[in-house]
Design a protein around this ligand. Structure first.
Ligand SMILES: C[S@@+](CC[C@H](N)C(=O)[O-])C[C@H]1O[C@@H](n2cnc3c(N)ncnc32)[C@H](O)[C@@H]1O
Length: 208
């Protein structure tokens, strides 16, 4: 889908693509295993540290947890009701989708989108293997979400928006696809200090 709007922060279209390519390169590797690639706990230990439901952790196929690299627990922010439609923006290899699919049940639908094709391939492989039927997963090329207006009751996101050079577009798109009164539940990382100039000017630094 074409990018409808420009990007804030004056990031040129060329730099945007360079940033996205470096993200895809890093997360193609993470889609196999997140081990040793982050300075916070990932995988099964990460999910336990973030107090995900023990049953969900126990029942997740091991490969699914291997590449989990969420920075928080968006489920702690509000109840996900049976029958809900839910989007995971930047679903990675699918652990949050797996958790959500159990909460919304057969009457609900969970949808994942991610910039990195390898992540989406892993999501489909893990969730099919786990027998999950109430899900969809799509690779996307930008912040544009391939769903109509007012489609989702809840949008989750976990460790994704910090990676986008077009954060305003992320929030506009999330707002667009949420139903009136719908909820966004997200966890992310924020900068507390200015970055050194050499990092600021490096497209590769966005994925580090
Ligand atoms: C830190 S990982 C988190 C993955 C997943 N949410 C989890 O908790 O395991 C960040 C993910 O965001 C994806 N990503 C980065 N920028 C994105 C964008 N603009 N739109 C969608 N996904 C994006 C990456 O490909 C990667 O899978």
């Amino acid at each position: 889908m074409p990018e409808k709007s420009g990007c804030e922060y004056g990031v040129s279209p060329e730099d945007r693509e360079a940033i996205r390519n470096s993200i895809r390169q890093k997360y193609a590797e993470v889609s196999i295993s997140a081990g040793g690639k982050f300075n916070y706990p990932t995988g099964r230990i990460g999910a336990e540290t973030l107090r995900y439901e023990p049953d969900a952790i126990r029942q997740a196929p091991s490969g699914l947890l291997e590449s989990f690299c969420g920075v928080g627990n968006p489920f702690s922010l509000g109840e996900i009701r049976p029958g809900a439609t839910l989007l995971d923006f930047g679903c990675g290899s699918g652990f949050d989708l797996f958790v959500a699919s159990r909460l919304v049940g057969r009457a609900g639908l969970v949808c994942g989108v991610d910039l990195t094709k390898d992540m989406i391939d892993q999501t489909i492989s893990h969730l099919d293997h786990a027998g999950i039927r109430n899900y969809e997963a799509w690779q996307i090329d930008s912040e544009i979400i391939p769903y109509p207006d007012n489609f989702f009751d809840v949008v989750l996101s976990n460790g994704v928006i910090n990676l986008s050079p077009c954060k305003l577009t992320c929030f506009r798109e999330i707002y667009r696809v949420l139903t009136p009164g719908g909820r966004m539940q997200f966890a992310d990382v924020i900068l507390e200090h200015d970055l050194p100039a050499d990092m600021k000017d490096s497209p590769e630094a966005w994925s580090q």
